[in-house]
Design a binder for this molecule. Structure first.
Ligand SMILES: Cc1cc2nc3c(=O)[nH]c(=O)nc-3n(C[C@H](O)[C@H](O)[C@H](O)COP(=O)(O)OP(=O)(O)OC[C@H]3O[C@@H](n4cnc5c(N)ncnc54)[C@H](O)[C@@H]3O)c2cc1C
Length: 375
């Protein structure tokens, strides 16, 4: 901690972002309070499929791919650290991801991704249908080709969210639950704390990590057109025995993620419908139709759960990280489809910025200042 660094930090939101930033700051000796209106980790962070897939997610090289690759590489140590702190296993596995082409357009896209990623030195192997079948014998006859990304992985996000809040509490983070942060208090261009319902907390620095609800925090400097909710629906199926081992991702049509307990998490939709937390006939049927084309043997298996939640979406698909025009106010939001992937690097980057040490990556591409709008 530098001599000019703040001491008391208030964090708005106890999702994976609020908790990972809190954990890193508390480990550096800051006094950290997380205010969560509900249950830590119970929103988007527990709804995620848990894919750690920067090569699959990004369509071109750039700062987001670099950030994702760096964060993916942090996962083995991150999982080991959480196990050490809490005894919990977050289900991290380097299972590999096979992107699947079900049509000609998909096949061309896979070939294109293979070319530019191989040129960057990333592992990306194009598979004919027969080669894909060797890796995953249950694939259906509609599968035309695959792209094998063997360095991609997955975690169980529900366990990760629980482990992170436990780890943060273990190293001294205080959780204030069941209270809604209404406003960030700003005096003379600098934060002085946060206002809850009928209460307030003084702080030298405030981090807004309220996911899809970030723009609703008054004074948080996140305009409502910058971070918006993008609904995703998903479901789980019980397999016995497991039908597949890799993450399977039909091009532009969601994914199937195997869990160690025989569950498959299957998603998803991307819908701009505000904060309507619903699963719909249309949403589930489109997910199931694609999943059945990839793995026809899913047909008779029981659906055990359905759910939806909101990805914090930004128009340029990059997260919003770091400093703002207000002294002492920081943002850790807008992680859209890759918040689980980006959790370790987000914790590190925010802690470095707040403590005044040199950031491990250039934070400029992720700054709120790239949006020329005011809150
Ligand atoms: C269906 C689905 C599938 C996904 N799959 C993946 C995936 O496979 N891989 C991946 O990397 N990412 C995935 N994501 C994205 C990932 O889940 C998110 O990017 C990530 O969880 C965002 O974390 P967060 O902490 O910012 O948000 P959240 O987990 O939503 O946490 C925000 C918290 O802030 C609290 N809060 C909000 N406003 C206030 C307030 N005013 N006062 C107090 N508390 C407040 C909320 O209650 C909430 O707990 C998926 C998302 C969805 C919806």
């Amino acid at each position: 901690m530098s001599s000019t660094a703040p001491r008391d930090i208030a964090i708005v939101g106890g999702g994976i972002m609020g908790c990972v930033v809190a954990l890193r700051l508390a480990q550096q000796g800051f006094a950290v309070t997380v205010v969560e209106r509900g249950i830590p980790g119970a929103e988007a962070s527990s709804a995620a499929a848990g894919i750690l897939g920067p090569q699959w997610e990004m369509d071109e090289p750039g700062p987001l791919l670099d950030l994702g690759l760096r964060s993916r590489a942090m996962y083995p140590a991150f999982a080991a650290e959480l196990r050490e702190l809490t005894g919990m296993d977050i289900g991290y596995k380097l299972c590999g991801l096979i992107e699947i082409a079900l049509d000609e357009e998909g096949e061309a896209a896979l070939l294109d991704r293979q070319r530019w990623q191989a040129a960057l030195g990333l592992k990306a192997e194009f598979l004919t249908a027969a080669q894909a079948l060797k890796l995953e014998p249950a694939l259906g006859p509609q599968v035309r080709a695959g792209l094998y990304l063997q360095d991609e992985g997955a975690v169980n996000p529900r366990t990760l969210a629980r482990a992170l809040s436990q780890a943060a509490a273990t190293v001294g983070v205080k959780f204030v639950q069941g209270h809604y942060v209404r406003r960030v208090d700003i005096v003379g261009g600098r934060v002085s704390g946060i206002e809850l319902d009928g209460d307030s907390i003084k702080a030298d620095a405030v981090v807004v990590a309220a996911g899809s609800w970030s723009s609703l925090v008054e004074g948080g400097q996140v305009p409502s057109i910058v971070v918006r909710p993008a609904r995703g629906q998903a479901l789980s199926v019980q397999m016995r025995p497991p039908l597949f081992r890799h993450v399977l991702a039909p091009y532009r049509k969601g994914y199937l993620v195997p869990r160690d307990d025989g569950m498959a998490v299957i998603g998803t939709t991307l819908e701009m419908v505000g904060y309507r937390k619903e699963v719909t006939v249309e949403g589930l049927s489109s997910i199931l139709q694609t999943a059945s084309a990839v793995l026809p043997a899913l047909g008779p298996l029981p659906i055990t759960e359905t759910w939806s939640n909101f990805r914090p979406y930004t128009s340029d698909l990059l997260p919003v990280l770091g400093t703002t025009s207000v002294d002492g106010l920081y943002l850790a939001t807008g992680h859209h489809r890759y918040g689980i992937l980006l959790a370790p690097i987000t914790g590190q980057l925010l802690a470095q910025q707040i403590s005044g040490t040199t950031p491990v990556v250039d934070p400029a591409p992720f700054s709120i200042s790239r949006f020329a709008v005011s809150a």
